[in-house]
Design a protein around this ligand. Structure first.
Ligand SMILES: [Zn+2]
Length: 206
């Protein structure tokens, strides 16, 4: 018989906002125990996550650039290049809506996500990119525009803690989804979209 006492790894989900002025959702997940919080500045995010020593951090933000792009500046020679990565195109083929990471608010989110991931990586923590909206589509549960439906849909994961929290925000619920994807990835139950030499997006296996 397999031991039930085996130590479960701690994973973290981060539903990152493009701006530190808006709340980012954070979820700590170990086995079925989950806790959530809203965080703002990069410092707050780093100070909250680094002492946890997570086995994996799943971030809802683009963490890589399309091939041929080396930055997101309009005045750079690379600006005429790709707007989508292979993983974005694969998502589109799955009929899941994606926004070009090179434009508008996505550009801010991409810059913030890449900078934070690089800091985590330097601290020795592994990061993966995920997309809670796509995970919710794959799980066939409502997205954050229907917060009650999403909360109800998350009950299937039988988590202790987080879902009982009063005033649980959509950012915290998306962070829970990110953390669940991190857990599935460690259990080798994830799907990796895209080209590994460009950048992968990790999702639950349908
Ligand atoms: Zn450039």
């Amino acid at each position: 018989m397999k031991s039930q006492k085996k130590t479960q790894p701690v994973v973290v989900g981060l539903d990152l906002a493009g701006s530190p002025k808006r709340p980012s959702g954070f979820c700590w997940l170990k086995g079925r125990d989950a806790e959530t919080q809203e965080l703002y500045s990069d410092e707050e995010i780093l100070e909250t996550i680094s002492p946890i020593k997570p086995a994996l951090i799943a971030i809802d933000a683009p963490l890589t650039l399309p091939r041929g792009r080396h930055c997101l500046e309009d005045d750079c020679y690379c600006a005429g290049g790709n707007h989508f990565r292979e993983c974005d195109l694969e998502l589109r083929r799955m009929k899941i809506r994606v926004f070009p990471l090179t434009l508008g608010p996505m550009r801010m989110l991409t810059k913030r996500g890449m900078a934070l991931a690089s800091k985590f990586n330097k601290m020795g923590y592994k990061t993966i990119e995920t997309y809670p909206g796509a995970a919710q589509d794959i799980w066939k549960i409502p997205r954050q525009k229907d917060p009650k439906g999403l909360k109800k849909g998350l009950r299937q994961f039988k988590l202790n803690g987080a879902l009982g929290k009063r005033g649980l925000s959509v950012h915290e619920m998306d962070a829970i989804c990110c953390a669940l994807v991190a857990q599935l990835h460690l259990q080798k139950k994830s799907l990796a979209l895209g080209d590994p030499t460009e950048g992968l997006m990790i999702l639950p296996k349908p």
